[in-house]
Design a protein around this ligand. Structure first.
Ligand code: PGA
Length: 238
């Protein structure tokens, strides 16, 4: 696991954009695995800026997102579909984009379809990840066992509490999600994990102990041969 420590969030976002830009310039038809949450927002605005400046071209890039709430409509402002349109897809033109369908009547069928589409695309070239304060990646929550396939997961209290800030009072927060499992994530040829902010320092510390903690899903990344962690000093405790 390679670690890049940045002074602050802006530097982290630029360092992450450098890695994405290098991937896309080396392989213009890359398959990117994308993530949502607060952490990648700076990266996405930097990518939009670089595209407007003609520094990067996404026109041949295909993307798959990690996860989506379930059930939720694509147009719900808290859906990850909406987030991706707002922050990236409406500003940067990709060859194709895909998120799990949070509105499907057949979640199992949708999950199986999602995995086959990723496989048909040749797997993911670069997977972007954030990390939850409980160590989740995507919505793979701490559990006794971990799914290889994309699946319907019940969210933990910790994740629901962490994400409740996005839902207005009285608005129903979905308690489940469709998430890539470890199969699709580990199919990625390289992984870029972003960790920012003091509230992530305890989980970052556990990750860097170099041990697989079964209650820290992100620690499985220690087994992947090509992971870069871009972390700011607040999260790194340095
Ligand atoms: P955050 O979420 O970037 O909003 O902290 C990360 C995650 O839960 O994976």
């Amino acid at each position: 696991m390679k670690k890049i420590v940045c002074d602050g969030y802006d530097e982290l976002s630029r360092a992450a954009a450098d890695i994405v830009a290098e991937q896309v310039s080396r392989k213009p038809n890359s398959v990117l695995g994308l993530a949502t949450g607060s952490t990648p927002l700076g990266l996405y605005s930097e990518l939009v800026r670089r595209q407007s400046a003609g520094e990067i071209d996404f026109s041949k890039v295909r993307s798959f997102n990690l996860d989506e709430y379930y059930p939720i409509s694509k147009d719900h402002p808290q859906s990850y579909n909406y987030y991706m349109r707002e922050n990236l897809f409406s500003k940067v033109s990709f060859a194709s984009t895909r998120l799990p369908d949070g509105n499907t009547d057949d979640p199992q069928g949708e999950c199986a379809k999602y995995d086959s589409e990723i496989e048909a695309a040749g797997g993911i070239d670069l997977q972007l990840l954030g990390i939850g304060i409980n160590g989740h990646i995507g919505f793979n929550e701490p559990a006794d066992s971990y799914s290889v396939a994309t699946y319907l997961v019940k969210l933990t209290e910790s994740t629901l509490a962490a994400n409740s800030r996005f839902f207005a009072n009285g608005e129903t927060q979905p308690v489940s999600a469709l998430t890539m499992g470890f199969g699709a994530i580990f199919s990625a040829k390289s992984i870029l994990l972003l960790i920012s902010g003091q509230n992530k320092a305890p989980i970052a510390k556990r990750l860097f102990q170099g041990k697989i903690h079964t209650d820290v899903p992100a620690s499985l990344l220690l087994l992947h041969p090509n992971v870069t962690v871009v972390i700011d000093r607040a999260a790194d405790g340095s």
